[in-house]
Design a protein around this ligand. Structure first.
Ligand code: GLY
Ligand code: MN
Ligand code: MN
Length: 564
């Protein structure tokens, strides 16, 4: 790897910055220069941090969640979770760091190069007896913190995150963990896209390598296996034909997978009973990349009150963005400006980021489901689809509104819009505890199919898929497509209901429908008796949208001059 491609883990600086620093040093050292007598700076790391928000998930929340995982571990089991890798954007610039949501959920730790172990029975770690949870973190470093920001360090993690045991990551390899004593070693995806920093002997790359080596994980165990196990468990019996075809195809790229006992047994199975046995071997395999994911699916899908407070905040901020943009929108605006307005509102209300790249597409671009370019210059009066979600302290909203930039729907736009709205109403009405996860989807599909037939856009019912090619729902939380079992709905689930109709130019229907793309997406909390629409503050009916668009905006006067 080229040296410039990495942020310097130790000092956070790069060749470019080092050269700048060197130039400064040479100047400062020139005879007679005043800088020569300048006192040394105290390490930033030691200075008190200015105030920051305090409404994050509490250490007690994370601790309780860890206990819930431990309860479900098998006897003599251990769960191993890794922090997310730092991902490179280009040259020496990385993407903004985003923690592995499972890791965040169980720790609150928001830095890279860390590993968490949860033990079913108390163990001895780093000489400390009776340890049930151990976090290894990146160390504090005055130099690194001057360049890239504060670190919690192991002492900080232990005190502030209330971990029973925490140590620096460099001590993971020598912590004396007796891996041979575990009957089962559970993990989720092993990070596969780590980069080894040769100057940091305990970065994520090394932590994963240490785990592989000390736990005796078979050398050909790839991260893909976790995905395969998940697929086998979820669909291996109900949809054996497709899964078998998929697996056989995968084996061409991953021949090592053929040696996996579960995969081998599954492919050799001739009956569903044999397939079931292959998927759930008895005794279970020692290295288990599937079960921990299932535990996390169940836990994360049911939101606690603390999580709901943050999720509600994220959704409210997102609907505030939708409302403000509706008031500001004009046909001469471009998609990027509209995106910027949403994201400004997010920051204004303390949401650190967006939970996924904002989708802001007008007309033809509204027909691209996960459109990200957002570079159309003038919207004119093509419907603009705005699928935008604020992320507040880790929790993301996912709200879509589709509106006419002029403030008034044309007759054709209105007909499609009202059809999607009726489909969404039907989908939302199907949300209640005990309902099949697909119930909202099925209800919305029925309405869309009947409506498209009635408008003459399709000739046969099943052709609705042409214009409504996705499902309506996914779980929502720390991930926009959050963890969950996709089983029956439960109180505490938060799911989206998001039907859409997308009719690109050239579609086999009357051209008056072309370039109309509509999605309406709301965030629905399943309650004890039914549901609550968390995003109800985002205008949704034609009347409410047109009324909101006629209102003045608080940002109206905030007109930036042209850049000549
Ligand atoms: N924003 C992505 C989705 O709606 O699933
Ligand atoms: Mn969604
Ligand atoms: Mn969305």
């Amino acid at each position: 790897m080229r040296l410039q491609q990495r942020a310097d883990e130790q000092a956070g600086n790069t060749i470019f910055w080092r050269l700048l620093g060197l130039a400064g040093l040479l100047l400062a050292a020139a005879p007679g220069s005043r800088a020569q007598q300048a006192p040394a700076l105290p390490p930033l790391a030691m200075a008190p941090a200015p105030p920051r928000p305090t409404d994050f998930l509490s250490p007690a929340f994370h601790k309780e969640r860890r206990e819930r995982v431990r309860e479900q571990l098998p006897p003599h089991g251990v769960a191993v979770l890794f922090a997310a890798p730092v991902r490179n954007r280009a040259n020496d610039v990385n993407f903004i760091y985003h923690q592995n949501p499972d890791f965040y959920y169980l720790t609150g730790y928001d830095e890279p190069n860390a590993v968490l172990l949860l033990f079913k029975e108390p163990r001895t770690v780093g000489g400390q007896v009776g340890v049930t949870e151990a976090l290894f973190t990146q160390p504090r470093s005055a130099a690194a913190e001057q360049w890239t920001g504060r670190r919690l360090g192991s002492a900080g993690a232990k005190a502030q995150l209330q971990l029973q045991f925490a140590a620096d990551n460099k001590d993971f390899a020598s912590a004396g963990i007796k891996w041979a004593d575990f009957d089962q070693i559970l993990f989720t995806e092993l990070p596969a896209d780590t980069r080894d920093d040769p100057r940091d002997p305990a970065d994520l790359h090394n932590l994963v390598a240490t785990f592989r080596e000390q736990s005796g994980l078979p050398a050909n165990y790839s991260a893909d296996r976790t995905v395969v196990y998940k697929m086998l468990k979820r669909y291996g019996v109900s949809n054996a034909k497709d899964v078998t075809a998929y697996l056989n195809n995968l084996l061409k790229d991953l021949p090592g997978l053929a040696e996996d006992p579960s995969v081998r047994a599954y492919l050799a199975a001739r009956t569903d009973a044999e397939r079931q046995k292959a998927i759930s071997p008895n005794p279970p395999s020692r290295y288990d990349g599937a079960t921990l994911g299932e535990i996390m699916d169940e836990l994360r899908a049911v939101k606690t009150p603390e999580e709901l407070a943050l999720l509600r905040r994220a959704v409210r901020i997102s609907t505030a963005g939708q409302r403000e943009v509706m008031r500001l929108l004009r046909p001469d605006m471009g998609e990027m400006e509209v995106q910027g307005l949403h994201e400004y509102v997010y920051r204004r209300y303390g949401a650190e980021f967006q939970g996924y790249p904002s989708i802001v597409g007008g007309g033809a671009n509204a027909c691209i489901l996960h459109y990200e370019a957002n570079d159309r210059l003038r919207l004119d009066n093509d419907l603009i689809l705005m699928d935008c979600g604020a992320e507040y302290h880790g929790y993301t909203a996912d709200v879509t509104r589709t509106v006419p930039p002029s403030g008034t729907f044309s007759p054709a736009q209105r007909q499609i819009y009202e059809l999607v709205l009726a489909a969404q109403d039907a989908g939302i009405a199907a949300c209640k505890p005990g309902a099949d996860f697909q119930a909202p989807n099925k209800a919305a599909q029925e309405v869309v199919a009947a409506g498209l037939l009635k408008l003459g856009i399709i000739k046969k019912k099943e052709e609705f898929r042409l214009y409504f090619p996705h499902g309506t729902s996914h779980y929502l939380g720390l991930d926009v497509h959050d963890r969950g079992s996709y089983g029956p709905l439960k109180a505490g689930n938060v799911i989206t209901v998001e039907p859409g109709i997308y009719i690109p130019a050239g579609a086999p229907c009357d051209p008056k429908w072309w370039n109309i793309g509509v999605r309406i997406e709301d965030d629905i909390l399943i309650t004890a008796n039914g549901y609550e629409n968390l995003s109800a503050e985002g205008p949704r009916t034609v009347a409410d949208i047109e009324k909101t668009m006629a209102e003045p905006s608080a940002l109206e006067a905030w007109k930036l001059p042209e850049l000549k």
